[in-house]
Design a protein around this ligand. Sequence first.
Ligand code: ATP
Length: 369
Amino acid sequence: MENNTIIQFKHVTKQFDNDPPVLDDVSFEIERGKFYTLLGPSGCGKTTILRLIAGFTEPSKGEIFFNGKKINDLPANKRQVNTVFQDYALFPHLNVFENVAFGLRIKKLKNAEIHAKVKEALSFVNLSGYENREIREMSGGQRQRVAIARAIVNEPEVILLDEPLSALDLKLRTEMQYELRELQRRLGITFIFVTHDQEEALAMSDEIFVINKGTIQQSGTPTDIYDEPINRFVADFIGESNIVSGKMIKDYLVEFVGREFECVDGGFDANEPVEIVIRPEDLEITSLERGKLQVRVDSQLFRGVHYEICGIDKDGNEWLVHSTKKAKVGDEIGLYFDPEAIHVMRLGETEEEFDRRIEIYADVDRHGK
Ligand code: ATP
């Protein structure tokens, strides 16, 4: 295990009674000092991973390590981990100071030390001067900050955040995204953040784990995951995508919608069936002649920064386009894209196979085709 690894899951399965496993043979490593996001639809197992790390539940199979030590049986209160819950779980009858001081009082620290630590934690979350406020007098965003102060005051090595922004309105949510990201950088503590909001995950994380049905589909930086989704689920979940079936004729040549297109992917078998992703912002509206695809404009919405245009090709495939240019519903138009805009996905590829293939092709690119 690398020295920088703080948490490791090895083949962890979690099953309740005879239900299908909630987590199915999950393995991953978390490095010290980074911002991680567990991203996936409701019920995919995100909270269960946090609960296993916090020690609120035990794995049915597999091992969990913290700083290289197996912690499967270590009680929650002995773990260097604090959780910020979705509903904040603050004590309504205690003021801000006492909410933050709670854990320190249990540890029986001296009063002077408690005061110094709470003061510092509150200043970290910009709540200096709010010590005597009642929780009910605080806004949603302020309660959120109290909950974070309560977590950081214990100086844990890892902070777990379970959808902490979901109760906030959009504007406040965006502000808190910046604040949390900034706070994590200043503290240098590992954050593991749970959300089902892909934009939030892309904006905040160093690393994202995309989870579906109890397995990690793909892990990587936001740009890795956005630019090179491993499968249809990730491509769809992580942003709006055009996804069609096709086949790989040979390296750098792919066929879909009945035509051949130059691409930058390789490492597939000849004529291997694949799926193709093209992001809406990579499609450019052009003349019918210049277009690599020809579509009829079916609908158009103005989205402020761009138009969202849906075109339909002769086979009935829908193509979503984000364009600063306007189109006209009913018009026949061309869509142009660069070879780099085509992302080819192998059916049923595992993350290890995918990483190896990408690595080989990055190497080919560096050293010439
Ligand atoms: P959400 O975003 O809705 O919170 P999630 O991805 O965090 O979802 P989990 O809370 O980890 O998902 O739940 C995963 C699955 O495990 C769900 O189907 C849930 O019903 C099931 N589950 C969780 N806890 C228990 C339990 N104590 N007993 C039985 N099933 C459970």
